[in-house]
Design a protein around this ligand. Structure first.
Ligand code: OAD
Length: 244
């Protein structure tokens, strides 16, 4: 089986991490989608850093849920596999998904990078809350979260990895789970990867702009639907396997 899985914030919702656009997504009455922008950082870097520090802390304390585990299981069993996640948390990795089978297309929340030069560092350890604004040790400019914000370019190397997989052969199965699928490239990769004959399964309690293209939709939480789906897939694959 050749499998592409695309995930968004809904897959981590059952681990207690708020989505961007859901009713629980609001933080201090602020719209997260409006905080994840270069404009918000230029206007009020303290506010944006507070939001990221709190999200980092929540992610450190969170545990992978059955959706993350099901995807990791599928990754280990499929012949060819790639996960494209829009999530900046590390829950897919902590569920056992090999790093080389995953692209975090919007970056990694634990990366901090200079807003001017190339300096970056990984900060997984707990930081001081409400600390002063971090400055680059190389050039003195403001450091910022090393994630992709609205209106910013995606990492070209990461696009290359996804494109290689999408153009490397049609997928038997494409699963899109827990994303409002608002970005054109997400829909484009899902449809192109599926080719003429593959299945496109959407897992989302709500309808999205991708739903019309899905061959099957599960209107359920990801932890429920993905655990069942992967069990079924792997059970069927084992039954078909030749025996001695
Ligand atoms: P959104 O917050 O836009 O969408 C979350 C989706 O998850 C919604 O469609 C929900 O219906 C669905 N959902 C909620 N709970 C779920 C559950 N338990 N199981 C399955 N689905 C569930 O988050 P994303 O689509 O990930 O980008 O947002 C995409 C990007 O927009 C983010 O990566 C971020 C944001 O701006 C950047 O910051 C660049």
């Amino acid at each position: 089986m050749r499998v592409l899985v695309i995930t968004g914030a809904g897959v981590s919702a059952e681990s207690g991490i708020p989505t961007f656009r859901g009713k629980d997504g609001y933080w201090r009455n602020l719209d997260p989608a409006k905080l994840a922008t270069p404009e918000a950082f230029a206007r009020d870097p303290n506010l944006v850093w507070d939001w990221y520090r709190e999200r980092r802390q929540r992610i450190r304390k969170a545990q992978p849920n059955p959706a993350h585990r099901a995807i990791a299981n599928l990754a280990l069993q499929a012949d060819e596999f790639l996960l494209v996640t829009q999530n900046v948390d590390d829950l897919h990795l902590r569920a056992g998904l090999p790093a080389e089978k995953m692209v975090q297309i919007h970056g990694d929340i634990f990366m901090t990078r200079c807003s001017r030069c190339e300096f970056r560092r990984y900060e997984h350890e707990q930081e001081q809350d409400g600390g002063s604004l971090p400055k680059c040790p190389e050039c003195g400019a403001l450091m910022r979260p090393g994630v992709v914000w609205f209106g910013e370019q995606l990492d070209l190397r990461k696009i290359g990895t996804v494109e290689n997989f999408v153009t490397g052969g049609d997928c038997d199965l494409v699963i899109v789970a827990g994303t409002s699928a608002l970005f054109g490239y997400i829909i484009d990769w899902a449809l192109r990867a599926r080719g003429q004959a593959g299945q496109l399964i959407e897992v989302n309690p709500e309808e999205t702009s991708l739903s019309q293209f899905a061959t099957k939709s599960f209107r359920e939480p990801a932890g429920v639907a993905l655990a069942r789906l992967v069990n079924e897939l792997l059970g069927n694959a084992n039954r078909r396997a030749p025996t001695h």
